[in-house]
Every structure is written in C-alpha cells, then in structure tokens.
Write a protein that binds this ligand. Structure first.
Ligand code: HAM
Length: 434
C-alpha cells in the first residue's frame, strides 16, 4: 500500500487562481519599491539561531516558542528565519555596506517560519514583504517607509487599513519606565502564568503584549512610555506626526503598541485592517508591522547605524484582495483545435511558433480528442477565440476563428483570417477588450 502524503500543518501550497493574485501583488511591490529607491535583498532561509536570539530577543514569543530550530551536521544550531530584519542586518554588517554607502534601502519578499497556533491569516510558513532603510536618523525616513506602505495598500486595492503609531523612546529613559512598569504589575504577580512571570523579570514591556485574561485590567491601566519619553524622541515623534499629517496619511496614537520583537527604539507602527462590517481576517488583522531600530546594527557587531523598516503579511493581503477585488480571469487569445492526421504536426508547430513570437496561444496536447471536446477545453481555459486547423485549413491557408467570449444567446461571431495575416489579427485581438 502506498502512503498518501499531506503538506506539513500550517504550510500551504499556493496555486491558481490565488497565485495570480500573489503575482500581481508582487509585481506591484517590485515596481513601487523600486520607485521609492529600494533594491532587493535575498538572504538565506536559515541563519545561526543566535542571530535571532540576540536581535528579536530571548524572552519573546517568536524566539521562546515559535522557531524551527535544528542542529546541522556540523553541530551548529540553525533556525529557519522567523522574520527578515535580523538576516538583513546581518548581511548589512557582514558585507560592510556602511563603508561604501551612507544610505541603504532594501526590500525583500519571501517565506518566514513560525510555529504558531494556526487560524485564518496565521500560518507556520507565511510570506513577508519587507523593507529596511539604514543610515538615516531623520524622521523623514520613518515617514518615507510609512508612506510606502500606505501607497502599496492603495495600489493593491485594500482599503480600511488603519495606521497605529507609537514611540518607544531611544532607550535612555527605558530603565525608569521598566521600573515603573514593574511596580505597576507587582500586585498581579500572583495571578501570572510562569511565562508572564518570566517576562516580568526579564522583559517587562512584553507584558503589555500579553493575552492573559487576568492581566488585561493591569495592562489597560499601565503607565505608557510616552509619559517618560526622552526629549529627543519626543521631538522625533512630533515631527513624524507632523509630516504624516502633511502627507494626508491618517493615524491613531496607540500607546500600547510595543510590538512583539525587542529591537525597536522610537517609532513603532502597525497597519491593522479594520473594516466597518465583517472582518475577513478576524483577529489576524495586522497586515503590517514595523518601526525604528537604531541600536540593532551596532548590537550585532556593526557600526552605529540608525535604521527603520517594516514587514507586511502577504498571505493576509492576498486573502483581502481575493475578497475585495477578485482578479479577472485571463486566458489565451487563441486556442487551436487539431485533427488526427498529417496536419496535426503543422498545427502544433504553428502554436509553438506563435507562442515563441509572443502570442498567447494554446492547444490540447492530449490528442485523439474530438473538436467539440477541444472546444470545451478552450472554454475551460477561457480562450478568447477558437479555430480548428486540419487538412482543409492547411490547403486553403485560412483559419475560421470563432469568438468564445460571447454572451450565451448572442449570434455566432466568426472571422476568416489567412495564415499570412494571422499575426496582425492576433495583435489586434489581444488588445481588444472582451
Ligand atoms: P512582525 O509584526 O512579527 O514584524 O511581522 C510582520 C507581519 O508579518 C505581521 O504584521 C503579519 O502581517 C505578518 N505575519 C506575522 N506572523 C504571521 C503568521 N504566522 N502568518 C501570517 N502572517 C504573519 C516583523 O517580522 C518585523 N521584522 C518587521 C520589521 C521590519 N520591523 C522593522 N523592520
């Protein structure tokens, strides 16, 4: 008995018709990001585990619970990347990019891996579209990356994404803030899970992220970092808000937005899908998260370089686009039906030649099928026109071409085109709206 395999839980096969949406979104991203001055970086799927521990943080959900980690044959601890910021920073440092260019803007697209509890919009292999800009401390850089996100959502046709904005300060006032948080949470220590207690001890800000019901009141009344933010960060944050207003990008201040990764300083932001009616993403509505991380490059052994970036969840965006703006079905311009006999080779050769010349032409490679069956196939692949090519056509050098995209009760539309004039006709037909 042979075994039937299934894909690994939480990891999806992406195929037609959704794949056409993926490709369209990725195409828009490539041209938009290029226009904003971002070039692509592709890093490996795996990195040394320590890279993520040092950057994302030991006491985070991602590193603590969700990484796919294994020991390779050389006895190294390796992890499948759960995110793209740390690998990009590693590459930026490893290739001494800062020595040759003062300002670097990268984007990336690719799969990330987190062992999460699955639901709609949350998977174990998911795809991020991200951008990272190194070298600019100015608030204009924060605003540029946010404006890039905003433009992208508009171009792919996803409305109702709300920008949530916060600042975590530059880190200098953080010890005082953490102390205040500790005092605030001390009375509820008893009701905390072991995990929350660990966060309390090692990374108190993470508690603001906690979903534990017993902590929600304390979280709601917790002091916010904006109460104790340093002067420089406050000015930076004011500037970001002023410029966003100037650009007409609305935002909501969200003082609890600490994000689930440890490397952030100053600006943090998320775009959350918040439609008026039903929410196709349920609670997985965050379609983008990002922020500034001015210390990370140095902490990973590189030069002092400020940076800011974001990553979007492409799976979630594809779900939304599929719901809101289904792609129009494409299809070949012409489908050529063939007959058994010596002319079949000529018909097939014509299909291949036309394809190589750039025309979208299809046929049924199975052979033996009646013309009617081939026509059914043509209609299944949404061909615009259909023509049989057999002995008569070969002899006369003419094709009778039928319109396949007519409304049900419309009269038949057939044109007769000579093989010599076929290219000119195909050129016109491929431009004709159907
Ligand atoms: P993140 O918030 O962990 O940030 O992830 C960014 C986005 O990836 C989320 O907003 C969500 O849309 C998507 N995402 C995360 N986990 C999943 C999942 N399991 N299934 C589907 N989508 C998911 C980061 O990863 C940072 N590296 C972002 C960043 C770049 N910050 C600065 N530069």
């Amino acid at each position: 008995m042979s075994t039937k395999f299934a894909g690994v839980k939480g990891m999806n096969d992406l195929r037609s018709p959704q794949i056409e949406i993926w490709q369209r979104i990725e195409g828009i991203a490539r041209s938009l990001f290029a226009r904003y001055g971002y070039s692509e970086i592709r890093t490996p799927i795996v990195e040394e585990t320590a890279l993520f521990v040092r950057s994302v943080g030991e006491v985070t959900e991602i590193v603590g619970k969700e990484m796919y980690t294994f020991t390779d044959k050389g006895d190294r601890s390796i992890s499948m990347r759960p995110e793209g910021t740390a690998p990009a920073a590693r590459a930026y440092i490893e290739h001494s990019i800062a020595n040759t260019e003062p300002l670097t803007r990268w984007f990336y697209m690719g799969p990330m891996f987190r062992y999460e509890r699955m639901k709609t919009g949350r998977y174990r292999q998911f795809y991020q579209l991200g951008a990272e800009a190194y070298g600019a401390l100015d608030p204009a850089q924060d605003v540029e990356v946010i404006a890039l996100c905003d433009a992208f959502f508009k171009q792919i046709g996803v409305p109702d994404v709300v920008l949530h904005l916060n600042s975590l300060g530059d880190g200098s006032t953080r010890p005082a803030y953490l102390e205040a948080l500790k005092q605030h949470f001390a009375p509820v220590l008893e009701v905390m899970s072991a995990e929350a207690k660990l966060a309390y001890e090692k990374n108190t800000m993470r508690l603001l992220d906690s979903k534990e019901p017993a902590l929600q009141d304390a979280i709601a009344s917790a002091p916010t970092i904006l109460d104790s933010i340093d002067e420089g960060s406050k000015k930076h944050f004011d500037d970001v808000q002023r410029m966003l207003t100037k650009l007409g990008i609305p935002f909501e201040l969200d003082r609890r937005l600490v994000r689930g990764l440890d490397y952030y300083t100053r600006t943090t932001f998320e775009f959350i899908y918040q439609p008026k009616g039903e929410n196709a993403l349920g609670t997985a509505g965050t379609v983008c998260g990002g922020g500034r991380y001015d210390r990370l490059v140095h902490e990973l052994g590189g030069p002092e370089k400020p940076a800011v970036g974001f990553a979007m969840g492409l799976d979630r965006l594809v779900l939304l686009v599929e719901k809101l703006k289904p792609v129009e079905r494409g299809g070949p311009t012409l489908f050529i039906g063939t007959f058994e006999g010596p002319e079949r080779d000529d018909a097939i050769a014509l299909v291949m030649r036309l394809r190589n010349e750039g025309f979208d032409v299809d046929f049924d490679p199975r052979g033996g099928n009646k013309l009617g069956k081939q026509k059914e196939r043509a209609s299944k692949v949404n061909a615009a026109w259909f023509a049989g090519y057999g002995g008569d056509e070969h002899k006369s050098g003419k094709l009778k071409i039928d319109n396949m995209r007519l409304p049900k009760d419309a009269p038949r539309e057939q044109v007769e085109i000579s093989l010599d004039g076929l290219r000119a006709w195909l050129n016109a037909a491929s431009k004709r709206p159907s």
